[in-house]
Design a protein around this ligand. Structure first.
Ligand code: ADP
Length: 269
């Protein structure tokens, strides 16, 4: 278990550091400047969200950190090295859960351990605890095809927690959920973060979600994707359903919304 604290200080060495990052896609239909001059350092245990409308380069940035996408110029380092895919200390959760429908919840959660030929017995034991943590203990032996969208996303989160990476990359992980389940799972993620103290890089178009979860929110605008501002979220932890009702949270959401609307690309909320 790691000891880094979520209220990371700037004295700790960053786990992810990005400077002067530029990324374009070159397609037959023209070039797209996805990211321009991105600068950000993320510290151990910190929860950092990237927020902005569709097309502002959030997913591209996450894929670059995961080593799944290249870039033209600038410097990106993950634990001091250039990003590369398949690192054991970096885990990613994408918008659509990738579950095998013919496997049970338990065997879906331990699948990566099986693939990596890890200790399956120990993994199963730990997986049961984590399945309980994400509220799925009654469904441990249900098959993938029997699960609702919300449950599938919980399984996906459990799988990430079992791997227990130092850095969790989350790309709109709850986007397929209805509002009620989305809020519930967001709060659960926040409490898991407080408990496990991992570094989290989260991508969302929901300002409220970003405020609720984060230590800092990086506000991006599209075309090209550029940082408008990095907003410190100094709301007390643990964060609860009431946190978002507070005057301070409301003011932060209002400020970020105003920043984005002043750039007038529209925000899909
Ligand atoms: P977001 O996650 O904020 O919606 P993306 O990172 O998906 O933004 O995309 C940023 C920009 O790059 C968009 O204009 C998008 O159309 C473009 N883009 C993303 N992926 C590709 C790709 N594989 N090929 C060409 N353009 C892409």
């Amino acid at each position: 278990m790691h000891t880094a604290h979520s209220q990371a200080t700037s004295t700790a060495l960053p786990v992810v550091s990005i400077s002067e990052l530029n990324k374009s896609y070159f397609t037959r239909r023209g070039d797209v400047e996805a990211l321009r001059s991105i600068e950000i350092s993320i510290h151990p245990g910190e929860f950092v969200s990237f927020v902005g409308p569709s097309g502002c380069g959030k997913s591209t940035l996450l894929k670059i950190i995961a080593g799944l996408e290249d870039y033209q110029s600038g410097k990106v380092e993950v634990f001091g090295d250039p990003p590369k895919p398949g690192r054991r200390d970096v885990g990613i959760m994408l918008q659509s859960p990738v579950l095998l429908p013919w496997r049970t919840v338990l065997s879906n959660v331990v699948l990566p351990v099986e693939i990596m030929r890890g200790d399956l017995r120990a993994a199963k034991e730990r997986a049961r605890e984590i399945i309980d943590l994400v509220g799925l203990s009654k469904f441990t032996d249900k098959y993938g095809w029997e699960l609702s969208g919300g449950m599938q996303q919980r399984v996906s989160l459990a799988r990430l927690l079992l791997l227990d990476p130092d850095i969790m990359l989350l790309d709109e992980p709850f986007s397929a959920l209805d509002e009620f389940n989305r809020e519930k799972l967001t709060l659960e993620l926040s409490s898991l973060h407080t408990r496990f103290q991992r570094t989290a890089v989260y991508v969302t178009h929901s300002i409220a979600e970003a405020v609720l979860l984060s230590d800092r929110v990086v506000v991006l605008k599209p075309h090209p994707g550029e940082v408008l501002e990095v907003v410190a979220i100094d709301l007390p932890r643990p964060r609860t359903a009431e946190t978002l009702q507070s005057v301070e949270a409301f003011e932060l959401v209002r400020r970020i919304r105003a920043m984005l609307f002043s750039h007038d690309e529209g925000i899909a909320q």
